[in-house]
Design a protein around this ligand. Structure first.
Ligand SMILES: Nc1ncnc2c1ncn2[C@@H]1O[C@H](COP(=O)(O)OP(=O)(O)OP(=O)(O)O)[C@@H](O)[C@H]1O
Length: 327
């Protein structure tokens, strides 16, 4: 028996993107020095990146960074003011018409007065390689909502219907703009497990999110935008390393001589928290900080040094970008 997820996974699609002369997959999407201005607002400013077959890529950035505008250009919904956007080596509009892209956008009303089943059936029919509607409803976990009118759904339920529309056919690229906004924790986990199956089947996935833990857990690669510019492009680990921060924690026993003024003067230190005998430090240079701790004659016990999470790294690099602009 074919399960709905298997049906949606379809065959292994790695390498199904544009192929080069030597028949190796090349690129799914490319932004080449792309800008988009709305009057005096530079929503996107000279952005270049390439999406490769089979990658899961998170698009991060503070509010107004230019993520949705970039996605709109990627999908041919907006034209760039300058530069070039291509999908599968051709125009975004052609790729959409060919059914190569499944899309879940942030906004845009779902048709009122139709049921979930009617709407999803329509999406399956118009897709050149549409799946069976029951498979799509099952995979998106909305079979129980099939007979409900779409304008009577909760925000989280609406998101799941949008997800069903994005996965109604056998697309090579799935683009999701803040897909889990409004979903509860269980729905979010279920959503990402379905997306993981899509990624495992070799589809390329691009998703914008403000949930950095999602990006950290799911993405092979992270693009960070800030005020229209792409300020980081790498794995979550590379971006964390680039932010360069480390967290150190240790215990100092009473009488060890460590006081707040001594600790706060340690080299590299960016934050200090002393709670009873436990010292927690954020530092840009863990080696120098710890060398100074030992030089001061302190005896730290239970020493732990860890990297920062993606959230802290994101805050650090976007603050750096804001600082650079201000200078
Ligand atoms: N149609 C438009 N007309 C004028 N300005 C616009 C338009 N669309 C977007 N902008 C502006 O372009 C900038 C980028 O907006 P965009 O929606 O792409 O950001 P975003 O990163 O998706 O933000 P968010 O995380 O809040 O969704 C913002 O300053 C926004 O106000």
């Amino acid at each position: 028996m074919t399960t709905s997820t298997e049906a949606i996974r379809g065959t292994d699609r790695k390498g199904s993107a544009t192929r080069g002369a030597n028949d190796r997959p090349t690129e799914v999407a490319a932004f080449r020095n792309v800008s988009k201005a709305f009057g005096s607002v530079k929503a996107v400013n000279g952005s270049s990146f390439t999406l490769h077959p089979g990658e899961t890529v998170a698009f991060l950035g503070p509010n107004g960074a230019g993520k949705s505008t970039s996605i709109d250009m990627l999908l041919g919904l907006k034209d760039p003011s300058a530069g070039e956007v291509s999908l599968f080596g051709g125009s975004p509009r052609q790729a959409i018409m060919d059914g190569r892209v499944g899309v879940m956008l942030q906004s845009g009303g779902l048709l009122p007065e139709v049921t979930v089943r009617e709407l999803v059936t329509f999406a399956c029919k118009v897709h050149p390689r549409g799946y069976a509607v029951d498979d799509v409803l099952t995979t998106a976990q909305i079979l129980d909502l099939a007979d409900r009118k779409v304008d009577k759904l909760s925000g989280g339920q609406e998101q799941r219907v949008r997800f069903a529309l994005a996965t109604a056919g056998d697309s090579d690229l799935i683009v999701l703009d803040e897909p889990t906004t409004g979903m509860d924790v269980t729905a979010r986990q279920a959503f990402w497990s379905v997306m993981k199956a899509q990624a495992d089947a070799g589809r390329t996935i691009l998703f914008a999110t403000h949930y950095l833990e999602e990006a950290d857990a799911i993405a092979d690669r992270v693009l960070v935008m800030h005020k229209g510019r792409l300020i980081a492009d790498g794995t979550a680990a590379e971006i964390k390393a680039r932010a360069g921060q480390r967290r150190i924690s240790f215990d100092l026993h009473p009488g060890d001589g460590g006081d707040a003024s001594l600790l706060s003067a340690l080299p590299g230190i960016t934050a200090l928290d002393v709670s009873g005998s436990t010292v927690r430090i954020s530092t840009s240079d863990a080696d120098a900080t710890m060398a100074a701790v030992y030089r001061a004659g302190l005896y730290p016990r239970g020493l732990e040094v860890t990297g920062v999470g993606l959230e802290q790294a994101f805050i650090t690099i976007t603050a750096e970008a804001a600082g650079t602009e201000a200078n």
